[in-house]
Design a protein around this ligand. Structure first.
Ligand code: UT7
Length: 326
C-alpha cells in the first residue's frame, strides 16, 4: 500500500487581534492570570463578514498552491470543525463550492481539537487503499461565535483560525509513519455545548440560559489531557519503532502552555524541539495543529526528511497522534 504524505499546507487567520488587555475590559480577569495559567497573550477574532468556510477556503487555496494542485484535482475534502457555518449542510460542502472542487466528495468530521489528526488518519487510509489520490484536510474554527464573553473560564482561552493540508501518495522520504485515534465518551460533559441540537433544540429559554455557548470543566480536562497526550505520543512512536530522541519537531495541540510543558517533560523532549504559538493565537481547537505545522513549514523550521510528532486532545474526549516524515 502506498503511504501518504502532506504535499502542501496553508493557513488563514483573521486580522483582528484580541489582547489580554482587551479581555480585562470584558470579564473579571488579568493579563497576569491568563499568562501564567495558560501562556496566552492574544488571540484572533473573525470579522462579521468572515465565516468558518471563508477562512477555510483561503487556507485551502494556499495549501493547494504549495502542493502544486488545482481544486479540481481533489478527490476528497475532510473538514474538521466544531464551529460550522450552519448545522446543515456541512461546512465541507461550502468549502468545496468555494474552491470549485467539482470532482470530489466532502464531509465534516467532529472530533474537536483532535479533528485535524483524525482527518489526516482518515485521508491516509483513503490514499493507502487507492480510494483517493488527493485529499484536502481542513482544521477550522470560528470559536468566537460560540463563546460566552461573560464566562472568563472559556472566553480568554479560545481563538479563531483555519489551516489545511493537502495529502497525496507519499513523495519520498516523506510520509505518515504511524497514527492513532481514541475517544472516551465517559468524559463527554467535560467540554460541550448543551443546547441547539436535537436533545435540546434552540428556544428562547436555551438562548436566555446561554446554552448555545461552549462550557468547559477545565480542571478535569487538564489531567486527562496530559495523560492522554503522553500516552498517544508513546504509542505512535512505538508503532513506528522510533524513540523520542529521534524526533526533530513535536507539535502538541495548543490548549495550555502548562499542558505542553508537562507533556514535554514526561516525554523528555528538549524544549527547542517543541513548537508553541499559543501566546499569539490561543486555543484554536481543530485549527491548532495545522496552523502550527504551516508556520513551521513556511518559516523553514521544518526541513525535508524531518521527523514530526503531532499529538492532540479535545472534547469527546478525543485524542490522537500522527508521526510523519516531512
Ligand atoms: O482544547 C482542549 C480542551 N481544553 C483543555 O484541555 C483545557 C484544559 N484546562 C486548562 O487549560 C485549565 O484548567 C484552565 C486554563 C482552563 C483553567 O486553569 P486552572 O489553573 O485549572 O484554573 P481553575 O479552573 O482551577 O480556576 C482557578 C481559579 C478559580 O477561582 P477560585 O475558585 O480559586 O477563586 C477560577 O474562578 O481561577 C479562576 N479563574 C480565573 N481568574 C481570572 C478562572 N478563569 C479565570 C480567568 N481570570 N480568566
Amino acid at each position: 500500500m502506498t503511504r501518504s504524505s502532506i504535499w502542501g499546507t496553508g493557513r488563514s487567520l483573521p486580522e483582528r487581534v484580541i489582547t489580554n488587555a482587551d479581555m480585562e475590559k470584558l470579564v473579571d480577569t488579568s493579563d497576569e492570570w491568563i499568562t501564567t495559567r495558560t501562556g496566552i497573550k492574544e488571540r484572533r477574532q473573525a470579522a462579521p463578514n468572515q465565516s468558518t468556510s471563508t477562512l477555510s477556503i483561503d487556507a485551502s487555496r494556499r495549501a493547494l498552491e504549495m502542493a502544486g494542485l488545482h481544486a479540481k484535482d481533489l478527490d476528497l475534502i475532510i473538514c474538521s470543525t466544531i464551529s460550522p457555518d450552519q448545522p446543515l449542510p456541512s461546512t465541507a460542502a461550502f468549502i468545496q463550492r468555494g474552491l470549485g472542487a467539482s470532482a470530489c466528495c466532502s464531509f465534516d468530521l467532529a472530533a474537536a481539537c483532535s479533528g485535524f489528526l483524525f482527518g489526516l488518519t482518515v485521508a491516509d487510509q483513503f490514499i493507502k487503499t487507492g480510494q483517493a489520490r488527493h485529499v484536502l484536510v481542513v482544521g477550522t474554527e470560528l470559536l468566537s461565535r460560540y463563546l460566552d464573553y461573560n464566562d472568563r473560564a472559556t472566553c480568554v482561552i479560545f481563538g479563531d483560525g483555519s489551516a489545511a493540508g493537502v495529502l497525496g501518495p507519499a513523495r519520498e522520504p516523506a510520509g505518515i509513519l504511524a497514527a492513532e485515534m481514541h475517544t472516551e465518551g465517559a468524559f463527554a460533559d467535560h467540554l460541550f455545548i448543551p443546547a441547539g441540537g436535537a436533545a435540546r433544540p434552540a428556544s428562547c429559554e436555551t438562548v436566555r440560559e446561554g446554552g448555545h455557548y461552549i462550557k468547559m470543566r477545565g480542571n478535569e480536562l487538564f489531567k486527562v489531557a496530559v495523560r492522554s497526550l503522553e500516552e498517544v505520543s508513546r504509542r505512535v512512536l512505538e508503532k513506528a519503532g522510533v524513540t523520542t530522541d529521534q524526533i526533530d519537531l513535536f507539535i502538541p495541540h495548543q490548549a495550555n502552555q502548562r499542558i505542553t510543558d508537562a507533556v514535554r517533560e514526561r516525554l523528555d523532549v528538549p524544549e527547542e524541539k517543541v513548537y508553541s504559538n499559543i501566546a499569539r493565537v490561543g486555543n484554536t481547537s481543530s485549527a491548532s495543529i495545522p496552523i502550527c505545522l504551516d508556520e513551521c513549514v513556511r518559516s523553514g523550521r521544518v526541513k525535508k526528511g524531518d521527523l514530526i510528532l503531532m499529538a492532540a486532545f479535545g472534547a469527546g474526549v478525543t485524542w490522537g497522534g500522527v508521526l510523519m516524515r516531512w
